[in-house]
Design a protein around this ligand. Sequence first.
Ligand code: NAG
Length: 618
Amino acid sequence: MDITKFVVSGRAQAFGDNAVYRGQLSRRLLKSRKTLGIATRNRGKYQKKDEVTAEQIRENPEYVRLLLLTSERAWAHAMSMRTAHMADAKGIAGRTRSHIISRIEKAAHTAEHLVSILSDSEDSGAKSTDILEAFAYAGMMRGAANFEKQSWEKCLKNYSVSHAIYSALKTSSADGETYKDLLSEIIDPSIQFAAYQLKTPRTVPVHIIARKAFPTSNSFLVDEINERDPSVLRQEDAESKQEAGVEDVPKTLAWRSREVRIEDAAIALAWKATLAAKEALTSKVASSGSIVPKELAGAYDDILTATQDAVDATKQALDELRGENVPQTDPRMQSLQITRTAVNFEMISWRVGRNRVLTGPHDGALEDYAELSKRELKKRAKAKDENKPREMKLKQKLNKLKERVALYDGALQNLEEAKALPGVPADEELTQRLEATEKYFTALKALSIARSHALTGNRRNALALLAHAHTLVQTSTPILTSPTTPNSPLNIQVSPTDLSFLESLLDGQVQRFRALVHIEKKLEENPPKSRVHPSVPLIDRLHEWPAEGVDLENLVEWPPKLPLIPGKPIFLDVAWNYIDYPGRRTEEVEEKKEEEEKGEAAKPAPAPQKRGWFGFGR
Ligand SMILES: *[C@@H]1O[C@H](CO)[C@@H](O)[C@H](O)[C@H]1NC(C)=O
């Protein structure tokens, strides 16, 4: 018979607009009656005289649909009236209210009638699942009627029937989604609200409330539910679960030396998940030494989701209290406010941490443009050129710096949010710390921008930014003094080590750029003479300071040419005596002849004609 599916798919077609839904239902009812051959002229009479019977259902299942459509139409009518009068100044009261109630009562009555005729299974031919679904539907309708009448106890009982049936069907049937949606969208919120009206503590989970309210006297329901999922109604089990749950769930939460009671089960659960995620992240960070930034950032997903859940749960709890006009001075309200600030701060803290991880080691302070994705690491390992990382193009480097600036901006925005959280502006110490942290990130941002200026040859701008960053870090150093545990995952807390690293790095960079700018200025004042001997190799100009730079292409002349080398003439003279020059030989011979001709008379030899250049050596 698919009672639940029939109802849910019909409601889905109206997209939540109950007035539209009512119109659709009227048309479908008309069609259904026509199919069944029921006269529609005398509607008043029809209700009294011809209530649908079990036999009729056995003959034609269309009768089930007729009853469901009738019930749904009355319900849609009530709901659309409720929506229309929601904005009324006095709220829904008087005639409108009683009209709404009468419509829902009619819906509930019709649904209960369906239950009673289906239960006569011998005559109706209904299967036990059909009867269960009818029970659940009737519970929902009667629950809504009691909700409207503010009979919270009855309301809770009726919804608990639907809760138990849908929970059992959810686990035992193939398409559990429909039941899950009904539970989370209609049944659970109604049960929670009714329970709250009955002053049930918020820390009790819904399934426990529902199980306690369930009418165990109905043996048919108990048997059928146990057959499908025995855990739904099992008392000890549920209770031990609750005990374990309560024991496990954190009861308090610390915020700035204060210990606050957690008021709401949902918050407690979300906070528990947050603590677990924190532990998981810590062990992950501690165990994996060199993890790629992108991967590590992925490890933050869990804690971000958990904290977001805690934030949502707190907001919902606060909204509920406000909706019930609980005054701000109520202690519940007070501790919820503190809880809100605490969970929001936690979330912001991890968001900042994630950004820090993404900027790379030392919060991106190093001049390291390599983006080592896992794939790239593998590629490199393959290529085995780990020792010479690929040179990046200027544009890639600038893009990387831009990315970092965006991450710092994200962190700064989060810090701004943290400063605005309720209670934080009055907390002087915390505000001071947050401001110092802001300075740290602003300094990092300035460093990145300075680097991009330096890359594009704008050294003066770089120097100015670096000097600015340096002062910022110096002012935050005395404030951020509390150390973090080593190897803990990064979050909003900036450790003194981080600060001193950045400070010394900035100090060095300021010195460096001061020198660079100084040289630049000197060069501008007296530009180097243009190269005098561009063709003379460096080896011949070692006595000159190469102000214009060194032409590394022209170190020596190669291949060397044969050059002239001046020698010492004296050695040539020594050789003179031993060399037979053509002219000298004849001269000497003639001299000898002359001597012989002049006789034996020894005469001092005349001064020789040819002498060494210095007059000796003969
Ligand atoms: C609704 O609750 C009342 C009070 O417990 C009970 O008498 C009635 O049978 C319930 N109806 C349904 C449909 O569960």
